[in-house]
Design a binder for this molecule. Structure first.
Ligand code: FAD
Length: 577
């Protein structure tokens, strides 16, 4: 067990240790999204010497741009993917136990517009519950029209027959990555962000390591490993191409956009699923002072870094809200922010984006590079188990480790912050409220919901320096202690690392975290030794990022009836949805 925190110094030490030629790794993982960190965690708990490198920040790819739902996979029933339904439902339950602070069960309401649809939902959810062994206290219920309208008065009454309701869990995808990563680190994994694999080492026709560029210093190092796993998400093919020409089985990237709107413009308390104009299911999720709605699902062929959000994407989602809810004028001018993520799916000839299976697939290259693509946030732990099983088989063939490696145990071990029940978290919140009466109760509640049992360590420094109990700037609730924690315990190295992935202010605060920028920059500058010009450039980069998430084009174009003119002129082709 490793006690040292995940600080900037630990990052440097980890890179040095990974590059130690006298102690090559058993396993090198490329990519610090949920897939990669899940693999590193599983491998570390089995006692393997594992390293993980991430070219930007942990969770900076798809894993901070998902719909943030740990879901049982009811939707996959329609695709006949029963295995995936079973696995997703089981994993939703596992996550509720190993990370109760990151899996908040929430009612999902699915309106039905005919007796037939109502019946089909009832049968579908019954089948799902049987397949997924759903807990008795989470079984679905059916509402008739009267009850649906009484509980959800904002739904359009026209053609409404009733609704089905069941439970899914809301998560925080980037924090799920971080808390998985931190548990991997505690179990002995060597991890580093801002470390990009630029070449693979091939010896005797086998991949046996990689050249890694330290993106902070610009220096290169060589890391040797018996097995190299490519968990690079949308960049899986780019990494596979370092091994040689790509085989026929390729990635098929599809883009999913979400919009964030103030909660006041659609004050729902449940997740609501409804259909867009092309009959695809979309949803709205309540989250603090905002709601988010998503998602689109369109083919994507552009660069994988920061896919852009178009007026057409926004129009598709806003029109869907209009079809489902009585909302006086939800228009593009209300968008607080937006995000786009890329699904790293495996191409299936002739299938539209929504029809391509979400199942994961492991591919072993001709020189032994193990690549994993597809899959879900929800099922990441099982994906990791399959990859590590394969790595252990390979180690057994090369080094005869049979019987010396522990079996997977990640379903029983808590993630960082998850060593507590839901009731325990409530007790912790009360205890911390009493210990820190100067901190607003809402802030304590937010900290506990986000960090679980790690909240104690996060707030500890306040005892010696009460300053840490203060907000980082007036008008923001972000505590200086949270920023300190992000730097000292979660390897945050940039403003974006703190304000996006570690605290979610970029996406979920009405001001995109801009009110906290200067205060956070000052703390980072002091700790990381930034000079004035570096601090200014960091601040400008963050402001530009926040600006880029506002679908500004919509605002600039003359609107017709509250919708972007361009979108009306260029309707979306149904086949791409
Ligand atoms: P990523 O998170 O993209 O991680 C790959 C990492 O590899 C990146 O951080 C990248 O920087 C790094 N990398 C790339 N090249 C290199 C290199 N050369 N060296 C080092 N590092 C490198 N799943 C759910 O269960 N629930 C949902 O609600 C859900 N909603 C979704 C909504 C959308 C719009 C999308 C797109 C996906 C959704 N998913 C959902 C699926 C889920 O988000 C993805 O399956 C998952 O996040 C993929 O994680 P990953 O680690 O494979 O990829």
């Amino acid at each position: 067990m490793i006690e040292r925190p995940l600080s900037p110094e630990t990052r440097d030490e980890n890179l040095t240790q990974m590059a130690d030629r006298d102690r090559p790794l058993d396993l090198l993982v490329i990519g610090g999204g949920i897939t990669g960190v899940g693999i590193a965690r599983d491998a570390a708990h089995r006692g393997l010497r594992v390293g993980l490198v991430e070219r930007r920040d942990f969770a900076s790819g798809t894993s901070s741009r998902s719909s943030k739902l740990i879901h049982g996979g009811v939707r996959y029933l329609q695709l006949g993917d029963f295995g995936l339904v079973r696995e997703s439902a089981a994993e939703r339950s596992v996550l509720g136990h190993i990370a109760p602070h990151l899996a908040h069960p929430t009612l999902m309401v699915i309106p039905a517009h005919s007796r037939r649809a109502h019946l089909a939902l009832n049968v579908g959810l019954w089948t799902y519950e049987k397949l997924g062994s759903i807990d008795a206290n989470e079984l679905h219920t059916m509402w008739d029209r009267e009850e649906t309208l009484a509980r959800m008065p904002l739904l359009r009454p026209e053609r409404l027959y009733g609704a089905a309701t069941h439970y899914e869990s809301i998560t925080d995808d980037a924090r799920l990555v971080l808390d998985t990563l931190k548990d991997a680190h505690t179990a002995g994994a060597l991890v580093a962000n801002y470390a990009e694999v630029t070449e693979l080492h091939v010896e005797r026709n086998r991949v046996g390591g990689a050249r890694v560029r330290n993106m902070i210093t610009g220096s290169d190092c060589d890391i040797e490993a018996s097995v190299v796993v490519n968990a690079a998400g949308p960049w899986v093919d780019a990494v596979r191409s370092l091994e040689g020409p790509l085989p026929p089985k390729r990635l098929h990237l599809t883009k999913g956009v979400h919009l964030i709107l103030p909660r006041t413009c659609l004050p729902v308390d449940h997740i609501v699923v409804f259909t867009a104009g092309d009959q695809r299911s979309v949803f709205v999720v309540p989250r603090g002072e905002v709601i988010y709605t998503g998602t689109t699902d369109t083919d994507y062929g552009g660069p994988a870094d920061r896919p852009e959000i178009t007026a057409e994407d926004a129009d598709y989602l806003l029109t869907a809200i209009d079809r489902a809810f009585v909302t006086p004028g939800v228009g593009p001018e209300m968008i607080v922010s937006a995000w786009a993520g890329l699904r790293p799916l495996l191409h299936e000839e002739g299938k539209a984006p929504s029809e391509i299976s979400r199942k994961d697939e492991i591919m072993v290259g001709h020189k032994g590079l193990v690549s994993i693509a597809g899959g879900k946030l929800t099922t990441y732990r099982r994906m990791a188990e399959r990859v590590v099983d394969l790595a252990v088989e390979s180690l057994d063939r090369s080094q005869g480790v049979h019987g010396q490696i522990a079996v997977c145990q990640t379903d029983k071990l808590p993630l960082a912050g998850g060593d507590c029940s839901r009731e325990g978290l409530q007790a912790l919140e009360s205890r911390l409220g009493e210990r820190y009466p100067e901190i607003p109760p809402a802030t304590i509640a937010r900290v506990v919901a986000k960090y679980g049992t790690q909240s104690e360590t996060l707030l500890d420094p306040i005892a010696d320096s009460p300053d840490f109990g203060e907000p980082v700037a007036t008008g923001t609730a972000l505590l200086r202690a949270e920023v300190r924690y992000a730097i000292e315990h979660e390897m945050a190295l940039t403003l974006e690392d703190v304000l996006d992935r570690r605290t979610q202010l970029l996406l979920f605060s009405l001001d995109q975290g801009l009110g906290a920028v200067d205060g956070v920059a000052e703390m980072l500058a002091e700790r990381l030794g930034w000079n004035t010009s570096h601090t200014e450039s960091e601040t400008a980069t963050y402001r530009a990022l926040a600006e880029s998430l506002l679908p500004g084009k919509i605002k600039q174009e003359p609107a017709e009836n509250g919708r972007a003119a361009k979108s009306k002129a260029a309707p979306r082709s149904r086949s791409t949805r």
